[in-house]
Design a protein around this ligand. Sequence first.
Ligand SMILES: [Zn+2]
Length: 80
Amino acid sequence: MKQCPNCGLHNPDSATKCDCSYNFDLSELEDKSQKVDKGAWKWNVIVYVLLALGVVLGTALAVVLKDKVNTYMNVENPRR
Ligand SMILES: [Zn+2]
């Protein structure tokens, strides 16, 4: 058994790579996946924030527009 210095997971002696992508041969994290993951994480957060803002703004806009339309309708068409 060898223990991963990065995440502490116990791997078989034959393992060349840990589940966390730590490479036992190079004794370091594999650059590729790590860098890509960090970049992707940033973009995911930005996309989620934009989506959340869109939902919130869309809902707020819908409520405001509904109120305006109701007010407009009431003014234009008073109860008969
Ligand atoms: Zn690990």
